[in-house]
Design a protein around this ligand. Structure first.
Ligand SMILES: C[S@@+](CC[C@H](N)C(=O)[O-])C[C@H]1O[C@@H](n2cnc3c(N)ncnc32)[C@H](O)[C@@H]1O
Length: 296
């Protein structure tokens, strides 16, 4: 296992998206709440990618780009423990979490971690990777077209892309209750769009992947119910756990209202209850995603 010093600043380009890239490091410690939802998708993406080009193919080398806490790497290593895996992320905190996961789960070598910005996979040679993979990063990172070009550049001819995208511009499950709650006080309250339409709308993403040079593009749209035991746990996620998208929503409230978060919390809780609470108090938050495979 090896590591490198971060080669990028951990901040978003000005004017790009309302989410701050350095926010992911703050979210790293509690990110397992999201992984409960994305792990089954990671397993399916790994299995689908492997069915297109087996990880056991001689000289395979897999990239998990924007690896976060290493959930996709975990799925890949459980399917094919010996495949060489390079996990990269711009957030030093996320890289630490992924490394801790590898130790805890006793990943079989070879594997390595590098702090790299997906817009410039510096040091990853062109045509050196057989499986160029990534999930739930490209829809929300700055300059996704450039990220797709990089994922294509490093892929060997005949190699496979395995990609997960969000299929919604906003985190609808938090956006809707935030609008309902805020409009009780400010009738024309609005929220910024969080993600790139081109990389969330399924048809546009298909076009964008072809534009980046990928062929045989296939997609499986996914609808997920992100389950929480009760409204209080959702409130903890939104108000304590530091998801950068949710932080952008909260900043909007503070900026537009001039009021504190304590003002909106009970209204937000009521909206979550009305929209998503099921019998017995369990909460199911709707999430739209898509998984993709393509070839070079
Ligand atoms: C929603 S999380 C997904 C993490 C992981 N792939 C998963 O499925 O759990 C988005 C990740 O993208 C990373 N990220 C955002 N912008 C990036 C960039 N320009 N280059 C590399 N990673 C980036 C964040 O640090 C974060 O770990």
């Amino acid at each position: 296992m090896s590591s490198t010093t971060p080669t990028t600043t951990d901040t978003a380009a000005p004017g790009e998206l309302p989410m701050r890239m350095d926010g992911w490091t703050h979210h790293a410690k509690t990110y397992s709440n999201v992984e409960r939802m994305t792990y089954p998708l990671a397993i399916e993406l790994a299995e689908w990618t492997d069915s297109v080009l087996p990880f056991t193919t001689p000289n395979s080398r897999v990239l998990d780009n924007g690896c976060g806490g290493g959930v996709l790497g975990s799925a890949i290593k459980s399917l094919c423990p010996t495949v060489p895996l390079l996990s990269t992320d711009v957030s030093a905190g996320m890289i630490s979490s992924a490394r801790a996961r590898a130790e805890k789960e006793h990943w079989h070598p070879p594997f390595e971690f590098k702090a790299l910005d997906a817009r410039d996979l510096d040091g990853v040679e062109s045509e050196s990777i057989t499986h160029s993979m990534s999930q739930y990063m490209i829809s929300l990172a700055p300059d996704p077209d450039q990220i797709a070009k990089e994922m294509h550049r490093i892929l060997k001819p005949g190699g496979v892309l395995g990609l997960g995208t969000w299929a919604m511009v906003d985190y609808e499950c938090f956006y809707d209750p935030m609008l309902i709650a805020a409009r009780e006080t400010i009738p024309d309250f609005d929220l910024p769009g969080l993600m790139h339409e081109k990389w969330t709308d399924i048809e546009k993403t298909k076009g964008a992947l072809k534009e980046a040079g990928f062929t045989d593009v296939q997609v499986r749209p996914k609808y997920i119910e992100w389950d929480y035991p009760d409204v209080e746990s959702v409130m903890h996620y939104v108000f304590e756990e530091g998801n950068p998208g949710v932080e952008a929503y909260k900043r909007s409230w503070v900026e537009q209202s001039g009021k504190g978060l304590d003002e909106i919390q009970p209204k937000f809780a009521r909206a979550v209850k009305e929209l998503y609470e099921k019998d017995g108090g369990k909460v199911l938050l709707p999430v739209k995603a898509a998984i993709w495979v393509a070839r070079k």
